[in-house]
Design a protein around this ligand. Structure first.
Ligand SMILES: Nc1ncnc2c1ncn2[C@@H]1O[C@H](COP(=O)(O)OP(=O)(O)OP(=O)(O)O)[C@@H](O)[C@H]1O
Ligand SMILES: [Mg+2]
Length: 269
């Protein structure tokens, strides 16, 4: 399960095998900001072993906004967690700026998790008894930042997501859409280059879902992010640069429009 191009010490720029679909071709072209190559993830062992990702490859190029659309249980969260180094693959490798994560020491990995990637959790996981500002400032404080400047930066981010007037409210008192905007501010407060968003509109009504998605689009452009967004919403996904399907543990790229028409999952044309 470890093909020749899967040496973690080398950036993924070449392999002898012919690309099977557009996603693999993209991976092979190199120049990705964040890349997962031949990812396999098996939970459990023996008769309880569950293979969620089998041979999943994805390359996110600078400034791309990519959607992953796949059924519940297909492995979207699993993939995002691997790409954010929140979990480790059974085999395969993750590259950031063409350097394999597994070649980095613990301090560099912590830096990658805290600064290079902003992660928007499927359940936003705000601390309900802390204010919106304190929640947004948390990643900066965990990094050992000065508390006054962390809170000031957090307020700027709350302004950017349109929540200045809720800055001193407890997170638990905010609406679902407001909580998601706080979570977005928290994900971006450290100035990451990549945003990984796990069903950011999943718990929202249609109107709030569009508002949150438009906010993500605006922030993506304004901060020159590279974004990967897991969603069940094909209409929202169709606004991304491309859509990736995840089927039987393998990722396949489809053109946004074709995917939105419901033809996800086949070989790329
Ligand atoms: N820590 C774990 N241990 C064992 N199995 C797990 C673990 N995490 C996820 N799974 C299983 O892996 C599969 C994929 O889960 P995952 O959460 O990645 O799916 P998903 O595509 O994000 O689904 P959803 O759209 O419902 O969020 C599921 O069958 C799940 O039960
Ligand atoms: Mg999920």
């Amino acid at each position: 399960m470890t093909p020749s191009g899967n040496n973690p010490a080398e950036p993924a720029t070449a392999t002898n095998a012919k690309p099977a679909n557009a996603e693999e071709a993209r991976v092979e072209s190199g120049a990705a900001v964040l890349e997962g190559r031949n990812l396999r993830k098996v939970y459990g062992t023996g008769t309880r072993a569950l293979t969620v990702l089998d041979d999943a490859s994805i390359a996110l190029r600078k400034s791309e906004m990519v959607a992953i659309v796949a059924p519940s249980g297909a492995g979207k969260s699993t993939l995002l967690h691997l790409l954010a180094a929140l979990d480790t693959p059974t085999s395969g490798a993750i590259y950031f700026d063409a350097k394999a994560l597994e070649t980095r020491n613990e301090a560099a990995l912590a830096d990658f998790r805290n600064c290079a990637v902003g992660f928007l959790w499927q359940r936003h996981q705000l601390l309900p008894d802390f204010t919106a500002t304190e929640n947004v400032a948390m990643p900066l404080l965990l990094r050992g930042g000065d508390s006054a400047s962390a809170l000031e930066t957090a307020r700027k981010w709350l302004a950017e997501v349109g929540l200045s007037d809720r800055a001193d409210h407890r997170a638990g008192e905010l609406s679902g859409g407001e909580q998601q905007r706080v979570a977005i501010a928290r994900a971006l407060v450290t100035g990451p280059r990549v945003l990984l968003a796990d069903e950011p509109t999943g718990d929202l009504d249609e109107q709030n879902a569009w508002a949150v998605f438009e906010l993500l689009e605006r922030l993506h452009r304004a901060h020159r992010l590279t974004s990967l967004i897991a969603t069940h919403n094909l209409a929202l996904a169709a606004r991304c640069d491309r859509i990736v399907g995840l089927e039987h543990g393998v990722l396949r790229t489809r053109e946004a429009q074709a995917s939105a028409m419901g033809t996800l999952g086949g070989e790329a044309s």
